[in-house]
Write a protein that binds this ligand. Structure first.
Ligand code: NAD
Length: 364
């Protein structure tokens, strides 16, 4: 269980806080009373959840590039955090085909620069005790089989994005062995973990070339939705699902350290691995007002066809389990979108959804 009191006054450093998941994480942490500092480029989209929810009001913000080692390191030293979440990344598969160098520089070297900044900060007596590297379900070598990937399956990645996240996993593992080794925990007191979530949906995602934001954009313009890979199966989940896992894990890393310093899957229930077409049909039915879609034919870059996560370990060892199924996830995303079109206070809607989520029992 998430211990709300734990977070009060905790100093938290988040990279990628201007993005979709990062903004939701800031809102949740601020509502728990944490003292949050974020380091990121400006929001990657316009509109952005970051601006729509006025994250700047409650979160100390440093706008900077993770490839700028000095800026990153001094932001971390100034923030003096207890806990670090690393989300900054180039996160889009198609964009990684267009610019693999930027993708690797950001996702791979960016991760190394952050870990080096943490080493320096720890040597300067900054009391960092928990570090979570947010990678992806796509880090696993995809065998196109029906089973969910487990934390000890081999890393891989066909496209540059997936591969960069696989590299980020290997870097985490190397830094844990080389510099934050569980056997010498008493010397450094840093517990380093990595997390792999599924395809996340929710209010306020405006990223280009992502299924649900593409659908929402089309719905708002009254256009037909166009889909590329109707039969691709993905582990879909609402954004609060993995974030609840990250928060619970951070608490465990901080309080108990070593037993939790490893890789973790936070995916949806097995039967929430759905096809792209299933998701789009469901969105259209729920949106109503003549929403429709069309399958576009063309030669697109390779993307995995079948991807599922096995979350037995998170259930067993952390007591974490999904709370909202994908149907509820879609409902919450459309509820948020309607609030956006009705010009309601979106920060209130997000906080209300966080509260509803927190009050839902997990089915462990
Ligand atoms: N959204 C998903 O379905 C999903 C699934 C699995 C993993 N992830 C991972 O979760 C993390 C967050 O994803 P998101 O969906 O919020 O993406 P996003 O694009 O909305 O946010 C990315 C964040 O990283 C920052 N960023 C990008 N390049 C940077 C750079 N060079 N220097 C500093 N900051 C930089 C952006 O400013 C933004 O704050 C990413 O690491 C992503 O790979 C996302």
């Amino acid at each position: 269980m998430l211990d709300n009191d734990f977070w009060r006054g905790k100093k938290v450093f988040i990279t990628g806080h201007t993005g979709f998941k990062g903004s939701w994480l800031c809102l949740w942490l601020n509502s728990l009373g944490a003292d949050v500092t974020g380091f990121s480029l400006s929001p990657p989209t316009d509109p952005s959840l970051f601006h729509l929810c006025s994250i700047l009001e409650d979160t100390k913000t440093v706008i900077g590039d993770i490839r700028d080692r000095e800026a990153l390191s001094s932001a971390l030293l100034n923030a003096k955090p207890d806990i670090v979440f690393h989300l900054a990344a180039q996160p889009i598969v198609r964009a990684s085909y267009q610019d693999p160098i930027y993708t690797y520089e950001t996702n791979v070297m960016g991760t190394i620069y952050l870990f080096e900044a943490i080493r320096l900060a720890v040597n300067n007596k900054v009391p960092i005790k928990a570090v979570i590297n947010i990678t992806s379900d796509k880090c696993y070598e995809n065998k196109e089989w029906v089973w969910g990937y487990r934390e000890n399956d081999p890393m891989g990645g066909y496209d540059p994005y997936s591969n960069s996240k696989s590299c980020a996993e290997l870097i985490t593992s190397s830094y844990r062995r080389s510099f934050f080794n569980p056997e010498s925990y008493d010397l450094h007191r840093v517990a380093l973990a990595s997390v792999r979530a599924g395809n996340v949906i929710g209010g306020g995602d405006w990223a280009a070339d992502r299924l649900v934001p593409d659908c929402i954009r089309a719905l708002l313009l009254g256009n037909e939705i166009k889909i590329r890979n109707p039969y691709a199966i993905r582990p879909w989940q609402h954004v609060l699902e993995p974030l609840s896992g990250y928060l619970l894990l951070a608490q465990k890393l901080y309080q108990e350290g070593v037993p939790y310093a490893e890789g973790w899957n936070f995916g949806p229930r097995d039967d929430d691995a759905k096809s792209v077409e299933w998701i789009v049909k469901n969105i259209c039915n729920k949106w109503g007002s003549h929403a429709s879609y069309q399958i576009e034919k063309g030669n697109y870059e390779h993307e995995a066809h079948f991807l599922k996560l096995d979350c037995s370990k998170s259930k067993q060892k952390l007591g974490w389990a999904p709370r909202w199924n994908i149907g509820q996830g879609i409902d919450k995303t459309l509820e948020w979108t309607r609030a956006y079109t009705d010009q309601k206070c979106l920060k209130d809607i997000c906080l209300q959804q966080i509260e509803e989520y927190s009050n839902t029992q997990a089915e462990v």
